[in-house]
Design a protein around this ligand. Structure first.
Ligand code: HEM
Length: 400
């Protein structure tokens, strides 16, 4: 068999492909200058080693701290000036909140100067576009050039100082002046501490640290705006349910799962076969084949989600071995490391303590509590230049 290109659209095949160890990541082959060596682009043993290292940072108690303290605090701070003005763009609000958190996870020290923060947000927008350039409609080379320039600025302005300060801390540990337990708990510190035994080149550390702030903030803010859009639509058709919804964070979380299912951040995933293999249950592909996984179709497969699979229905019944968000956080070895931060834990009937409800539900409840409704004078806009149908802005006004 010669290499072929196939597209998988059913739930079973999509999940089979994501879990198949003979398929490597292929989504970033056009954005390789920025994504080479980054965790999501690694395969096999190299991926397992990196993932094992970084998993240590993504612990449930850390998620709980981010959700219960950091996110409400950051959003309260970002929203306060807009409350006085009476309006805000939800996309910017969520991006700024999540950018701070994701930059912290990466190990970028932002300090208190707001201009540094604005610069980081600008650089991350360019990196996000350039890394997913294969979904871009238009002049791809100029997007790639912008991304490369943004990476160079990121290195000089943010990465180099953060790296230098962490290397100094490592020296203090070596000289017994500091205890290892006092080192910052972020991805940069983790990689630098293990750089020698895992032979990670410096440029790879740079690209990995540049990846976290944008992947953490852009996909989460997009998911948050999709959720708010569904909430506003729901409230239009159920005008008496606003009070009940605003008070019920677990219900907002279910709205979030359903919205994530309908709108995966990337409408398709791509894998390349590293040898001949069978994608469960029954698709044979030869080495070198390009496998496109239509995430949107798989997440709307009527065999799994019912005949109304393309509709928004947060009360739908879902088989017990299927996540309510579908495959939107991937599946198997590359499954999203930030999933619990974004959408929390699924509540079970036997839960005795309040489980995590996730960043997007937390942010949604806060803006709804402030009386947000879509701005009648400024309709929301989507990015016509991206197949991802990303939002460009989503203005709301606050009504008591
Ligand atoms: C709504 C928000 C998010 C969505 C929809 C999302 C989606 C995904 C998906 C689909 C994958 C798998 C990619 C693949 O199989 O090719 C992934 C991987 C990943 N995500 Fe997320 N993500 C989100 C938020 C986050 C956040 C907040 C972080 C961290 C701060 C994060 C970090 C990562 C990392 C590091 C990987 C690579 C994991 C690996 O390759 O082992 N993501 N994400």
């Amino acid at each position: 068999m010669s290499p072929q290109q196939i597209t998988l659209s059913t739930w079973q095949h999509a999940r089979g492909a994501l879990r198949n160890r003979y398929l490597r990541q292929g989504l970033y082959d056009e954005g390789t200058a920025l994504m080479s060596g980054v965790i999501v682009n690694l395969h096999d043993a190299e991926h397992t080693a990196r993932r094992r290292l970084e998993n240590r940072l993504f612990r449930r108690d850390t998620f709980a701290f981010w959700e219960q303290d950091l996110i409400p605090h950051n959003i309260a701070e970002s929203i306060s000036t807009h409350l006085a003005a009476g309006s805000v763009d939800l996309l910017q609000l969520a991006r700024l909140t999540m950018m701070r958190i994701s930059a912290g996870i990466a190990g970028i020290d932002l300090g208190t100067d707001p201009t540094r923060f604005v610069l980081l947000a600008e650089l991350m927008s360019k990196l996000a576009r350039a890394s997913s350039v294969n979904h871009f409609i238009g002049d791809k080379q100029s997007v790639i050039n912008d991304g490369n320039a943004a990476l160079a600025t990121f290195e000089a302005e943010f990465f180099a100082p953060a790296r230098a300060s962490r290397l100094q801390l490592l020296q203090q540990v070596a000289a017994n002046e500091l205890h290892a337990a006092e080192l910052p708990k972020d991805v940069l510190m983790t990689l630098l501490s293990n750089q020698d035994n895992l032979s990670i080149p410096d440029e790879t550390v740079l690209r990995e640290i540049a990846y976290f702030p944008w992947v953490g903030s852009h996909s989460t803010s997009g998911a948050f705006v999709n959720l708010m859009d569904h909430i506003f639509e729901w409230l239009n058709s159920h005008p008496d349910s606003r009070k009940e919804l605003v008070a019920d964070i677990a219900l907002i979380q279910r709205f979030g799962f359903e919205s994530l299912r309908l709108h995966p951040a990337s409408p398709e995933s791509v894998r390349i076969a590293v040898s001949d293999t069978t994608i469960e249950p029954d698709v044979d592909v030869s080495e070198g084949s390009r496998v496109v996984i239509d995430m949107q179709a798989a997440n709307r497969d009527p065999l799994i989600f019912g005949s109304d699979a393309s509709q928004f229905n947060p009360y739908r019944d879902i088989p017990s071995d299927v996540s309510p968000w579908g495959l939107s956080f991937g599946s198997g070895f590359h499954a999203c490391i930030g999933q619990e931060l974004v959408s929390g834990l699924e509540q079970t009937a036997t839960d005795t303590e309040v489980p995590l409800t996730g960043a997007i539900a937390t942010m949604a409840q806060i803006v709804l509590q402030h009386g947000a409704i879509p701005d009648p004078a400024r309709p929301a806009k989507r990015d016509a230049q991206s197949l991802r149908q990303n939002w460009l802005e989503y203005p709301v006004v606050f009504r008591p």
